[in-house]
Design a protein around this ligand. Structure first.
Ligand code: PLP
Length: 461
């Protein structure tokens, strides 16, 4: 089952950051004080931090040196032009508006494109994306293929949009009530699963037939391109940059969280092909973010972003990135840990209902597993399940998601495989000692309003 090809690591450490494992006694105290919610832990109390791959990547020597060249002029800075040109070269969009991070791009774009009660169908929308669509008084409609809703089955492109569902949505509401079609590449909420080129082409054809814009949420565009190269017939011998150019050629615009595939601590942008859209984006960009040649980013940040885009399309980098995540997942599988298949691009997801088969589903098994991993080994994972999904706005009832997952998110260029072997061993121990023995889960102690997973506290049942 484990792949045998050699992985080439295309970098070595030059600067390191110390980390340490608090004692077991200390860990038990910390998680108790944090109300069994790992978001409430201090990072200093965490040994291996797999909370997110967002803004947590290691910057390169070239990025650091480029940041020194930052032109901090308010308007028309050289660093903006550097970033704009690089985005055009990598993604093909001539117009760019910088923003401070991905959700800001969503806010600005939706302010312009969404009219009241318009719809945005797509593959599983990221949580901030859905929230921003709703804030602009639109509605997100999830049209992901059925295979993307199950943790089993090795379908290679579980992020795909079901074109038939999309057609039904357009038919039901009428094209004039659709603001745009959104494709998230790779699909985060659906398990870090890629979208195929064929699917992008099909969705483009449908969008064009109805005169609708197709927009990408491009946070992990390079990882998606690498999956296309690995898994889609006809792309094995194509350079990554050509695959990216083809992917992007089907989109009218994209939003980008540069904290992912541009490997920077902070930043983002909206890029588009159409001059008129660009002009319409400028005013909300200025109001919400900053003048449209900096939009909340410093000149140094824009230089780093440009350099990050050059580095992320390197095929050796992507082969190691995707390969490291895959090997980590395969190691867990060899220990019998139930994970989402196939293994995605930036994270491995444990199916917590199968990990703790005797814990009732409404007692938050994935949240419980996160606390157990911290207690056992100082590892911080994150719940993507019943806590995150929240309550139905109409009935007030807890929604029961199709999957209750514990996500182990791998930061870019940060941890060695030995770190991940340590994590795998921690998970194995929890499974052996508690997997079937655990009979009760946890409940809210204090449930936070709104986006509840960040600050709620829990207690044992
Ligand atoms: C992270 C992310 C966002 C939001 O970006 P931020 O930089 O965190 O604001 C949007 N979409 C996807 C797919 C993401 O992964």
């Amino acid at each position: 089952m484990r792949s045998r090809e050699r992985l080439i690591i295309p970098y070595r450490s030059k600067v390191v950051e110390p980390i340490s494992l608090p004692s077991r006694e200390e860990r038990l105290k910390r998680i108790e004080v944090a109300g069994l919610n790992v978001f409430r832990l201090r990072s200093a109390d965490v040994y291996i931090d797999l909370l997110t791959d967002s803004g947590t990547g290691a910057i390169s020597a070239s990025q650091l040196s480029r940041s020194m060249l930052g032109d901090e002029s308010y308007a028309g800075s050289r660093s903006f032009e550097e970033m704009r040109q690089q985005i055009q070269e990598t993604m093909g969009f001539p117009y760019t508006i910088p923003v401070h991070q991905g959700r800001a791009a969503e806010q600005v774009l939706n302010y312009v494109l969404i009219r009241r009660h318009s719809f945005v169908p797509g593959n599983t929308h990221f949580d901030t994306t859905k929230a921003h669509i709703e804030l602009a008084e639109g509605r997100a409609i999830d049209c992901t293929i059925d295979a993307g809703r199950s943790s089993e089955g090795n379908y290679p492109f579980k992020g795909n949009v079901a074109v038939s569902k999309l057609e039904q949505v357009i038919e039901k509401y009428g094209a004039r009530h659709i603001a745009y079609i959104l494709m998230t590449i790779t699909c985060n909420s659906g398990g870090g699963q890629p979208v195929s080129m064929q699917n992008i082409r099909d969705v483009r054809a449908l969008a064009s037939a109805h005169g609708l814009p197709l927009i990408f949420d491009a946070a992990r565009f390079a990882e998606n391109a690498y999956f296309i190269k690995l898994r889609e017939p006809g792309y094995q011998d194509k350079p990554i940059i050509e695959i990216i150019h083809e992917m992007m050629s089907y989109a009218d615009a994209c939003t980008m969280s540069a904290k992912k595939d541009a490997i920077v601590p902070m930043g983002g942008f909206i890029a588009c092909r159409d001059r008129e859209l660009y002009e319409r984006l400028k005013t909300p960009a200025i109001i919400f973010e900053g003048y449209f040649t900096y939009g909340g980013m410093s000149g140094g940040d824009m230089e780093m972003l440009a350099q990050g885009l050059r580095e992320v399309v390197d095929e050796t980098y992507l082969a190691y990135r995707i390969g490291q995540v895959r090997r980590f997942g395969e190691l867990l599988q060899s220990f019998g840990v139930p994970i989402v298949e196939p293994i995605g691009g930036h994270a491995v997801f444990i199916d917590a209902r199968r990990f703790f088969p005797n814990v009732p589903e409404d007692e938050f098994p994935a949240q419980l597993l996160c606390t157990e991993l911290y207690k056992e080994g100082g590892v911080r994972a994150v719940e993507v399940g019943a806590v995150l999904i929240g309550r139905d706005p109409d009935t007030g009832e807890n929604i029961r998601p199709a999957l209750d997952l514990c996500r182990l998110t791998i930061p870019r260029r940060v941890y060695t495989f030995e770190h991940l072997e340590y994590v795998a061993d921690v998970i194995r121990t929890v499974r052996e000692e508690k997997g079937t023995q655990m009979k009760r889960g946890i409940c809210f102690d204090q449930e936070a309003e709104g986006i509840r997973h960040f600050s709620s506290t829990f207690r044992y049942l």
